[in-house]
Design a protein. Sequence first.
Length: 115
Amino acid sequence: MPGAPVELFLQTLLDGILIGGTLVVIAAGFSLCFGVMHVIDFAVGEWVMLGAYAAFWFQEFTGSDPLAALPLFFALFFAGGYLLQPLIQRVTAGRRPHPVLMGLLFTFGLATLAK
């Protein structure tokens, strides 16, 4: 098959671009959290995995495309983050000796709780 190497190259290139795009979105969220709130969020990976797990179970129960439920999952995880934000601010604000460390410990606890 003379066309197989070209197809393999294009498929590998497309896979790399899609995986790289996913990693860019995760890194942007991590960077935004640290840049705005000065919190090192150890739970970023757990949030990503919970979102993927929710999309998987949505597909299993409904049989539809997980991308069709993207707005639903976006709203659910936005609401969860909106509810957690005051807790994180309460932990990192005030007269604590090391606010960055307190935020790090809090999000590490969230990651452990999510497992």
